[in-house]
Design a protein around this ligand. Structure first.
Ligand code: ASP
Length: 345
């Protein structure tokens, strides 16, 4: 454990960044962290200690579960005082979910937690992993003249962009610039220099202590609308036993079919205490239910606006709020307030 002034804890959960091609099958398989270091000897050029915590075995991020978010919160909490910042290497597929969940679970965070990964394994010649890793380490340790961290937030760094974690979505399965923050400006841009956009970065006004949270309730579902969606499908989903919340992915600025059965089903679910949050299927822009008749009816059915939330953020915020035992009305109210900069009000 590091006691020097600047130091980073690098947490390796798995993902493409640490994979290697199986010579027989051609499939990508995990390898361990020592091999990762072998492929990036440059890491030793940082003139401060980089300690590592390796998940064993490393995980493909498709297997990430809320228990892993709890484990990450625990690791960060246990090591909080010893490090300047934290870098989490994570598969790209569910990275935006993990980043969103951590942003809610790490209340009072005053140090950088930077998630990154890569599209090509680090051992491959054209890998994007090296650049992503090196720059993330640099960002995790960046401080101002007063010795305060420049980015005390949960972020994703990917292909030159530093983004607020709970604003980010994976939107490309092929290109190196796989992530976007459509509804919030980037926090920093890495070129020859790393340019920090301080006005976009959240900083607490007063000194805060880290307050880790572990309670999550997974009785949440995502319901994506499409033309032709049938009543029995909607009814089955809303009728799931134990269901507590629905992220309803609607059209445009929060619009949905005006069919009588659809509105009635939503009304009944809301009355039963199921929280229904309206977010748009569009990548950019926000829900404005008052704008069209089709959205207005949802409001009357007890549906609450998710504003410009990503699906990843809405799902994990609901898990967090439900896990903390709030009543349906309290959850609805808190979905309309920003907890960690996840929505624009
Ligand atoms: N399947 C991998 C994962 O999410 C993909 C990646 O890392 O990019 O773990």
């Amino acid at each position: 454990m590091s006691t020097q002034k600047t130091s980073v804890l690098l947490i390796y959960t798995g993902g493409t960044i640490g994979m290697i091609e199986n010579a027989q099958t051609g499939a990508l398989e995990n390898f361990n962290f020592e091999q990762l270091q072998k492929h990036i000897p440059e890491i030793q050029k940082f003139n401060f200690p980089i300690d590592t915590y390796q998940f064993d075995p490393p995980m493909d991020s498709s297997d990430i579960e809320p228990d892993i978010w709890r484990k990450l919160v625990q690791i960060i909490h246990d090591n909080y005082e010893h490090y300047t910042g934290f870098v989490i290497l994570h598969g790209t597929d569910t990275m935006a979910y993990t980043a969103s969940a951590l942003s809610f679970m790490l209340e009072g965070l005053a140090k950088p937690v930077i998630l990154t990964g890569s599209q090509l394994p680090i051992g491959v010649l054209r890998t994007d992993g090296k650049e992503n890793l090196m720059t993330s380490i640099e960002i995790a340790t960046a401080q101002n003249k007063e010795g305060e961290p420049l980015v005390p937030e949960v972020c994703i760094f990917f292909e030159s962009r530093l983004m607020r974690g709970n604003r980010t979505t994976k939107m490309n399965a092929e290109n190196f610039n796989a992530f976007r923050s459509f509804n919030y400006p980037v926090l920093a841009q890495a070129g020859i220099h790393i340019k920090y956009y301080n006005t976009q970065i959240h900083k607490h006004k007063e000194k805060q202590n880290l307050k880790p949270h572990y309670l999550l309730d997974t009785n949440v579902v995502v319901l994506k609308l499409f033309p032709g969606i049938q009543e029995n499908v909607v009814a089955s989903i809303l009728g799931i036993e134990g269901l507590k919340a629905v992220v309803l992915e609607t059209y445009g600025s929060g619009n949905a079919p005006r069919k009588e059965w659809f509105i009635r089903r939503l009304c009944q679910a809301s009355a039963k205490g199921i929280v229904i949050v309206n977010i748009t299927q569009c990548k950019a822009g926000m829900v404005e239910m008052e704008r069209y008749e089709t959205g207005y009816q949802l409001l009357q059915a007890g549906v609450v606006s998710g504003y410009d939330s990503t699906t990843e953020s809405a799902v994990t915020k609901l898990m967090f709020l439900l896990g903390h035992g709030y009543t349906p009305d309290e959850v609805r109210d808190r979905m309309n307030r920003s907890m960690a900069g996840e929505i624009t009000l």
